[in-house]
Design a protein around this ligand. Structure first.
Ligand code: CU
Length: 131
């Protein structure tokens, strides 16, 4: 009889351990799903890219055209007054760094990415900045 009780206790401990394990697994799956749902929310993404050397509407057009050419970019709005490019993009297709590079290649500093000096020298006079 004592043996039976011990066996029963061992079984319930084993069952409890098994149950706990499966609960952990479910939690892990849930958080994984939550994560991917978040990632889906993250694309299309939005970035505010600082373009400090914007001077005029010509610059706005140049930067707008350069950003629009980047694959994965959905829309771009350049704020001349605040010197910020607002970009909506598909985060699965393009990174902010790629957009910064495109702006720099067009002759403008973008966040911490320095402009291509050659491209900058080829901009209309009104768009060139001393810096
Ligand atoms: Cu300009």
């Amino acid at each position: 009889m004592k043996n039976l009780i011990v066996l029963f206790l061992m079984l319930s401990v084993a069952a409890f351990a098994g149950e706990k394990k499966s609960t952990d697994k479910t939690t892990a799956q849930k958080s994984k799903m939550g994560h991917s749902a978040e990632m889906m929310k993250a694309g299309p993404g939005h970035a505010m890219i600082s373009v400090p050397t914007l001077q005029c509407n010509n610059c706005v057009n140049t930067v707008t055209a350069a950003v629009k050419k980047v694959k994965g970019v959905e829309s771009v709005k350049v704020d001349l007054e605040k010197k910020i490019a607002h970009v909506n993009f598909d985060a699965k297709k393009v990174k902010v760094a790629d957009i910064e590079k495109a702006i720099a290649a067009a002759g403008y500093d973008a966040n911490k990415v320095k402009r291509d000096e050659k491209a900058h020298a080829n901009l209309p006079q009104c768009c060139q900045s001393k810096k």
